[in-house]
Write a protein that binds this ligand. Sequence first.
Ligand code: SF4
Length: 312
Amino acid sequence: MSQAAKNTTPDITPNSEQNSSDSNGFPYRVPEHFLQQIDHSNPQDPLLKQVKPSRLEEVTTLGFSKDPVEDLDSNPIPSLIHKYHGRVLLIASPKCDIHCRYCFRRHFPYSEQSNLRHWQKAIEYIKTNQSVHEVILSGGDPMALGEKVLVKLINQVESIAHVKTLRIHSRTPVAAPDKAPFQAFVSWAQQSKLNKVLVVHCNHPNELSDQTQKLFTSYKQAGITLLNQSVLLKEVNDSIDILEALSHKLFSQGVLPYYLNQLDRVQGSAHFEVDDETAIELHNKLKRRLAGYLVPKLVKDIPNQGSKTALC
Ligand code: SF4
């Protein structure tokens, strides 16, 4: 970290974690790599805004809740969410390398939902549900589990004959590519018969670096399909130029833009919200600027809809 960085952001240190009133019970955590991508001379830096705790998180807003997508209503056993046909989501990890201030699971009861004992029950559930053809590892961040544990879990999923696709949702490859699983994970991917999908989570082109490029190339060569989902965030990426640049940069690194999500209305995140009308207007402009395959779908997660709801 540069001296300038130390001087301008004294309260943000790599992987720092503190319980303080201004973090509103959600400790701040920033990995070294992400920290280096921040322009520390700019207090409005779009990456800094995603990780720096704000007093605005303490504001209670009508229409926002602790479980905005109602995960816990589709939770037949701890650690497993079965909301959509043919797919289940396994809460593989209770932790993340980075804490995003807008996180929709910032209030999720991980201690009750994610541990080895629960995984075994989740694996049993998937085994007995023949309709499940896709398992999604989520969290927290499954890649924050550490490579050995992650590959062990993946092998258990792969041993179930009716599972054809493994999808991993992770912010680690973007936020902390130096910590992302590599050797054993790539070896597993090279020989696995499963369809393998990695959905990275990148909100701004400044998050992409030479290190992310190298990592994505290795993953792609190992047969993993790379997609991106972003969250539309006020004063972070709610600009046509930024969204256009993001799609181009993702594609140049081998990642296809997949979803542009409207914010899940979790309590403490209202200051990040972009209204639907503005979001649709931005998306329409994006369609006019980009080839179709570079335009992510603008979606919103509305509870009990059976799938994400397209806004365009
Ligand atoms: S990485 Fe994902 S799960 Fe973790 S804090 Fe960020 S948004 Fe939430």
